[in-house]
Design a protein around this ligand. Structure first.
Ligand code: AMP
Length: 194
């Protein structure tokens, strides 16, 4: 049962309106499904769009923002709850604790860093929470192709690659989340395994 989803996304809007449309659709759908949105607490780029859409649709939105970013006045003023924390590390830990699943919308370095940290914890077997990319108009295609390359070059195992869910649309991704049965994972090589 998914009660809260953490969304990582660009602090920029990207170069085309289709990205903001997807962020809006995600925020609205989460609210309609009664799923709380957890996110970085900003009011900029796709972050502001997803939060505004969830709030406008009657959803609960929880932000987690470090004091340094709050001081720059990029925090959203109208959230259900805004946690102010001391560091980026504390932020990510709290976002992780508050969430039952994680979605990356298109974004930049921060977005990738956040979702890959969660995937790293997943492949170590530290959690069994679903993680996915909302692949808006194929934005993540080169990254997903590189992940396949990592598998074929034997830096990533198939079972770990399989943790990365993708869908071009919000409903498809959330349905995959609901059906997700976490494999028993252990990053470390078993005796006899190559
Ligand atoms: P990026 O993809 O590089 O734009 O970084 C976006 C991610 O980094 C978000 O998911 C946030 O957690 C964090 N972030 C970056 N810029 C901001 C900001 N101005 N306000 C709040 N969070 C931010």
């Amino acid at each position: 049962m998914i009660g809260a989803v953490c969304v990582f996304c660009g602090s920029s809007p990207g170069d085309r309106p289709v990205f903001a449309d997807a962020a809006r659709a995600l925020g609205t759908t989460l609210a309609h499904r009664g799923i709380r949105l957890v996110y970085g607490g900003g009011n900029v780029g796709l972050m502001g769009v997803v939060a505004d859409a969830a709030l406008a649709a009657g959803g609960e939105v929880v932000g987690v923002i470090p004091e340094a970013l709050f001081a720059k006045e990029v925090a959203h003023g109208g959230l259900t709850k805004l946690h102010r924390v001391q560091s980026m590390h504390e932020r990510k830990t709290l976002m992780y604790d508050l969430s039952d699943g994680f979605i990356a919308l298109p974004g930049g370095i921060g977005t990738l860093e956040e979702i890959f940290e969660i995937l790293t914890w997943g492949q170590l077997g530290l959690h069994q929470k679903p993680c996915g990319f909302l692949n808006v108009e194929g934005y993540f295609d080169p990254l997903l192709a590189f992940m396949d390359e990592m598998v074929s070059r034997r830096f990533v195992k198939e079972k770990h690659r399989a943790l990365v869910m993708t869908s071009p649309d919000v409903d498809g991704l959330l349905e995959r989340f609901e059906r997700f049965h976490p494999p028993r994972l252990d990053k470390w090589i078993e005796p006899g395994e190559t």
